[in-house]
Design a protein around this ligand. Structure first.
Ligand code: ZN
Ligand code: ZN
Length: 356
C-alpha cells in the first residue's frame, strides 16, 4: 500500500523534474508513513525515503513507520537534511507550498543553499485524491460512527436544550463510539441562526418550531467523515418545510448524477439550477461540496468554477443548503464515493424531515 503511494508520487516527481520531495504536513506524513504523532517530516527521493522525527517519538516511530529510513533528531528536524547530506546541491526539491510557514521556508533555504525549491503541493493532492479500497473502508467507518451519533441526536435534540449541549454530546459520542476526535468543531445552529452556514454552537436555547442545522464529523484512523442533517423541533413553518424539500430534492438529483468522468461543475449546476428554479437561488450561498479523506476539506471542489473531472475513487461531499436571513436554514450533506457508473453513499442516516 505504502509502496504504491510512493510509486505514484515518484511518477509525478519526474513530471516536475524533482530529485526529491519534502513532505511537511502531518496528514500527508501519516498518509505515506503511518506515523500518527505531531512532529515529523519525510523526504522522498527517486530511490529512497526518509522519515525524521524528534526524541519524543523514538519508540513510537519504529512501531508505526514501515519502509522508511527513520532518523531521530536531537533538536530541530530541518538541520538533519543538511547534516546527513540528503539533498544534493543544485538539485530540485519539491515542497508543500500550502503547508509550510514563511519562517520554516527561510530556515530551509539557509540550511540548503544552492538547491531549487519547487512548489509541489499538486503532486500530493493528485495522489491523495484517489482513494484505495482500504481508505474507502476507513472513511466508511468514520461515517458509520457519525451515523450512530445521529441516531443518538434524535433522542437528545429537544426544545429547551442549548446548542452547545448538543455539540458537547456529539464530541462525547464520537469518542465513545471509537473516533480519534471530532473532524471539526460541530456546528449546531437553530432557528434564525440556521441561516449562518458556519455558525458555531452557541448558548442559544433550541425552541419549539425551529429547524436545527447540525453539521458534524469525526476522524477514524486518520480519515474523516462530514455529515449534515437538519432536524425540526416541533412543527416548523410551511416555508421552512418547503425549503427542506427543495434542498433534499436538489441533493438527491446531484448525487444521482455523480459517476466517474463527469465534471464537478456540472454536478454543482444540477443542484444550483434546481434550487434557482424553485425561487431560492439567492439563498444557496456556497459551493455544493468538497473532497474528503485525510483532510475534512480535501482540495477537490464541487463548485461552479471547479475544473475537476470526477474519477473512480474520489470521495466527496454533496451539501446544498438554503439560508433565509431572519428565518432559518436547511443543509443536507452526505459523503459519497465516486464509482465507475454511479456512487456509493457512506452517510446512511435518514434524510427525510424528522420532527423531534
Ligand atoms: Zn459538513
Ligand atoms: Zn462539508
Amino acid at each position: 500500500m505504502i509502496r504504491q503511494r510512493l510509486k505514484a508520487v515518484r511518477v509525478l516527481m519526474t513530471t516536475l523534474r524533482l530529485q526529491s520531495i519534502l513532505v511537511t504536513e502531518l496528514a500527508h506524513i501519516r498518509y505515506f508513513t503511518g506515523f500518527s504523532g505531531s512532529s515529523g517530516l519525510c523526504l522522498i527521493t527517486p530511490t529512497r525515503q526518509f522519515f525524521i522525527t524528534d526524541r519524543r517519538y523514538e519508540s513510537q516511530a519504529p512501531q508505526e513507520v514501515n519502509g522508511f529510513n527513520i532518523i531521530i533528531a536531537k533538536q530541530n528536524l530541518f538541520p538533519l537534511l543538511a547534516e546527513r547530506k540528503l539533498i544534493p546541491t543544485k538539485s530540485r526539491i519539491g515542497f508543500e507550498s500550502q503547508h509550510i510557514s514563511v519562517a520554516d521556508m527561510k530556515s530551509l533555504k539557509k540550511l540548503l543553499p544552492g538547491r531549487h525549491f519547487v512548489p509541489a503541493t499538486s503532486i500530493l493532492e493528485n495522489v491523495t485524491a484517489i482513494k484505495d479500497k482500504k481508505e474507502i473502508e476507513l472513511i466508511r467507518s468514520a461515517a458509520g460512527i457519525s451515523n450512530k451519533v445521529f441516531n443518538k441526536l434524535l433522542t437528545l435534540v429537544r426544545a429547551g436544550v442549548r446548542e452547545c449541549d448538543i455539540a458537547a454530546e456529539i464530541s462525547y459520542w464520537h469518542r465513545k463510539y471509537g473516533a480519534e476526535c471530532d473532524a471539526f468543531d460541530p456546528i449546531v445552529a437553530s432557528g434564525e441562526r440556521g441561516a449562518l452556514p458556519h455558525a458555531r454552537a452557541s448558548e442559544k436555547i433550541i425552541r419549539s418550531g425551529e429547524m436545527v442545522v447540525i453539521d458534524f464529523g469525526c476522524r477514524y484512523c486518520g480519515y474523516n467523515s462530514d455529515i449534515t442533517r437538519t432536524l425540526a423541533v416541533g412543527n416548523p413553518s410551511a416555508e421552512m418545510k418547503k425549503a427542506y424539500q427543495i434542498v433534499l430534492d436538489a441533493q438527491k438529483k446531484a448525487i444521482d448524477a455523480v459517476r466517474s468522468g463527469v465534471t464537478a461543475c456540472s454536478i454543482d449546476a444540477i443542484a444550483r439550477k434546481y434550487i434557482q428554479k424553485n425561487g431560492y437561488g439567492r439563498y444557496f450561498i456556497h459551493s455544493l461540496g468538497h473532497g474528503l479523506g485525510i483532510h475534512v476539506h480535501d482540495p477537490l471542489r464541487i463548485s461552479a468554477i471547479s475544473t475537476a473531472v470526477l474519477q473512480t475513487g474520489n470521495v466527496v461531499t454533496i451539501e446544498p443548503g438554503i439560508y433565509i436571513p431572519g428565518c432559518g436554514g436547511v443543509r443536507i450533506e452526505d459523503d459519497i464515493v465516486v464509482c465507475e457508473s454511479g456512487s456509493d453513499i457512506l452517510t446512511t442516516s435518514s434524510k427525510e424531515l424528522i420532527i423531534v
